[in-house]
Design a protein around this ligand. Structure first.
Ligand SMILES: [Zn+2]
Length: 326
């Protein structure tokens, strides 16, 4: 059967986006579609070019941090490859969840048996709620801080409030000069829609400063193909700060009255006209400034949806939401 739609069944043609800056890209993947590299000493990271995971090899076994399903069985291959090369155990004894989201955790069920699952107490609550067999709930939980010590190695887990998700934690490796903190900063790339699909805008905006308050040189951010640096976090902070400033300017300078007058009795049409105009005015200079600096900055919907979320948070969380009626 032939389709009446021209080109149906063939790959869609992507729009003509700006070239991805070479600095946003990481090492080449192997034939199986992954790269595993040393972060420092016995701490390793794994990527498929889009998602990232990490693991510690110790004399007492391997500690795995996140299990993205897109990397999937390549996590086992990466651990086996490194364990064999270094003559250490490849048994995964501990699995730490950064947060409950399936895209970073749904390969965790591939590691069963005696593995100890560790996560924030809210991660446990949300995983019990979601009842996904691919993501068994952690049985070892904590509220604020947890020190994980395995085979003489240490990871400090900490919860500093909601940000991307209610349960997203900071994982500090003091003996490896490394911080792992997922889904807030994308190394070399803009956040995707709505501040990386984040639930708490104010928490998301403040999280990079918390990340920078730790001592570290290497940053495992969860996306995309390379590790991040302190400079990457600073560029991300500037992008968000620019959106905040631009949103304030647009909120103050776009007059809502004509939109409501034009909308007549359809109040929601007035809201749409006004907020779309504010969003467009606020986002345009950000898209122009960061195209060529952060990869995918010219995919406008990412910056416009992030701008919309920040602009709404400025109104609703920080206030004022609008003038007080006389
Ligand atoms: Zn997430």
């Amino acid at each position: 059967m032939t389709s009446p739609v021209a080109g149906a069944g063939s790959a869609p043609h992507p729009p003509d986006y700006a070239p991805v800056p070479r600095s946003a890209l990481g090492p080449a993947l192997n034939d199986q579609g992954y790269y595993v590299g040393r972060v420092e000493r016995n701490l390793y990271w794994v990527t498929d070019g889009v998602y990232q995971s990490a693991f510690l090899t110790t004399p007492d076994g391997v500690v795995l941090f996140d299990a993205p399903p897109s990397i999937g069985h390549n996590l086992r291959r990466a651990v086996d490859e490194i364990a064999a090369a270094n003559g250490v155990s490849n048994t995964v004894t501990h699995l730490v969840y950064s947060h409950h989201h399936a895209d970073h955790a749904a390969a965790s069920s591939l590691f069963d048996g005696d593995v100890a699952r560790i996560g924030h107490e809210e991660t446990r609550r949300l995983l019990l709620r979601d009842n996904d067999p691919a993501r068994p709930a952690p049985e070892v939980t904590f509220a604020d801080r947890y020190r994980l010590e395995v085979g003489g190695e240490r990871a400090e887990l900490a919860w500093h409030g909601p940000n991307h998700s209610p349960d997203n934690i900071y994982i500090h490796f003091p003996g490896h000069d490394t911080l792992m903190f997922i889904d807030v900063v994308n190394a070399g790339w803009v956040p995707i829609y709505n501040l990386n699909l984040s639930e708490d805008v104010i928490g998301y905006m403040g999280a990079p400063a918390t990340a920078l308050s730790y001592p570290w040189t290497h940053f495992i951010c969860g996306h995309l193909g390379r590790l991040a640096t302190r400079d990457d976090v600073a560029v991300h902070q500037q992008y968000i700060a620019d959106i905040e400033a631009s949103s304030r300017e647009a909120l103050a300078s776009v007059d809502p009255v004509p939109f409501y007058v034009a909308a007549g009795e359809n109040a929601w049409a007035g809201v749409k006209g006004h907020l779309d105009a504010v969003t467009e005015r606020a986002a345009a200079p950000i898209i122009a400034k960061y195209t060529g600096v952060l990869a995918a900055a010219d995919i406008e919907v990412f910056t416009t949806t992030t701008t919309f979320a920040i602009m709404q948070s400025l109104r609703l969380d920080r206030g004022p939401s609008g003038p007080v009626h006389p």
